[in-house]
Design a binder for this molecule. Structure first.
Ligand code: SPD
Length: 283
C-alpha cells in the first residue's frame, strides 16, 4: 500500500509541499501539528499550515540565527530563547562553553513533546544539558515580567505571524526585550522572507530600527520555507562592536557547523534585495 501524502504550505497563491509518510497529525490547544517523513528533507514539522523545520535542512536556519550573535560577544552567560520548541536553537547555543544558562520559553508543550519524539536529531543532547531550562509559558508575558538588564542574548525563534505569535513581531515587545537585555546584549530574531512575507519582513526591520541603536539583516536559504529565501535580523544598543567577529571563537565554531562560516555570514549580510532597502530607506 502506498501511504505517501503531499503536505503543502500555501502562501500568496503558491504552495510549497513535501511528499512522504505522514507520521503525525494532531491538534494541540494552540495549533495543528503535522510531522511527515520525506526522502530528501527527513522528518519535517508543520505548525498551523507552515513549515517550521526539517531534520535535514534545519541547520540552514538554526546556525544562521545563533552564530552571528554568539560568535561576536565577549560575555554570554544568560540566554533567552522564545519559541524554539524543536531544540535546534538551544543545541547551537550550547556549542559555546561559556554559556551558563539558557531559558527556553515555549508556549506549546506539545511542540516540545513531538520534537523529542519525532525530531530527536534536532534537539540532540541539548534536552539533557543542565544549562537548559524549559518553561511552558507565553514569551510575551515572560519578557514583560522579567527583571531588567539580565539576558546577554535573546533569540526569537517563533512561528510566522498568526493570532498566536503576532505580538512577538511588535515594537512594544522589542522594547521590552531591550529592557531585559544587558548593555551589550543582542536581540536575534528570525525575520521572515523578503519574498513570501515582504510586508511583515519590512515591518520587523522597521520596528527593530526604531527600537535599537543598530540593527542588521542577513539573507540566506532555508530550502523548505516558502520561496526558499529567509532572513534573520540582529539588533543591539552596543554600536561599537556589534556583530564584530571574535576570531578565536569563530574557528572553533566553524568546525562544528554544517552551513555557517564567517564568509557565509559576510555574504549573507550583504544580500539585502534592492526592493527591500529602497522601502526601508524611504521610511
Ligand atoms: N516559516 C517558518 C518560520 C519558522 C521559524 N521558526 C522555526 C522554528 C525552528 N526552530
Amino acid at each position: 500500500m502506498n501511504t505517501s501524502v503531499w503536505i503543502d504550505e500555501y502562501q500568496k497563491n503558491s504552495r510549497f509541499g513535501l511528499k512522504g509518510k505522514l507520521l503525525l497529525k494532531k491538534t494541540s490547544i494552540f495549533q495543528e501539528i503535522i510531522v511527515i517523513e520525506n526522502e530528501e528533507y527527513g522528518k519535517a514539522l508543520m505548525l498551523d499550515g507552515c513549515w517550521m523545520t526539517s531534520s535535514k535542512d534545519e541547520k540552514y536556519y538554526h546556525e544562521c540565527l545563533v552564530h552571528p550573535a554568539l560568535s561576536s560577544l565577549k560575555k554570554i552567560s544568560n540566554i533567552l530563547i522564545i519559541g524554539g520548541g524543536d531544540g535546534g536553537t538551544a543545541r547551537e547555543c550550547l556549542k559555546y562553553p561559556e554559556v551558563s544558562n539558557i531559558d527556553l520559553v515555549e508556549i506549546d508543550k506539545e511542540v516540545i513533546k513531538v520534537s523529542k519524539e519525532f525530531l530527536k536529531e534536532i534537539g540532540g543532547n541539548a534536552w539533557n544539558d543542565n544549562r537548559l531550562s524549559i518553561y511552558i509559558n507565553d514569551g510575551v508575558k515572560w519578557v514583560e515580567t522579567m527583571k531588567s538588564n539580565f539576558y546577554d542574548v535573546i533569540f526569537i525563534d517563533c512561528s510566522d505571524p498568526s493570532e498566536l505569535s503576532n505580538l512577538l513581531f511588535s515594537e512594544n515587545f522589542y522594547k521590552q526585550c531591550k529592557r531585559i537585555l544587558t548593555k551589550k546584549g543582542i536581540l536575534a530574531t528570525q525575520s521572515e522572507s523578503p519574498e513570501s512575507f515582504k510586508k511583515i519582513h519590512i515591518n520587523i526591520l522597521k520596528a527593530l530600527k526604531n527600537t535599537f541603536k543598530v540593527s542588521k539583516t542577513m539573507y540566506s536559504f532555508v530550502p523548505i520555507y516558502p520561496s526558499g529565501i529567509w532572513s534573520w535580523t540582529f539588533a543591539s544598543d552596543n554600536e561599537s562592536d556589534f556583530l564584530k567577529p571574535n576570531c578565536k571563537k569563530i574557528l572553533e565554531i566553524e568546525k562544528q557547523c554544517e552551513i555557517w562560516n564567517i564568509n557565509y555570514q559576510d555574504g549573507a549580510f550583504k544580500m539585502m534585495p534592492n526592493k527591500i532597502s529602497q522601502e526601508i530607506n524611504s521610511l
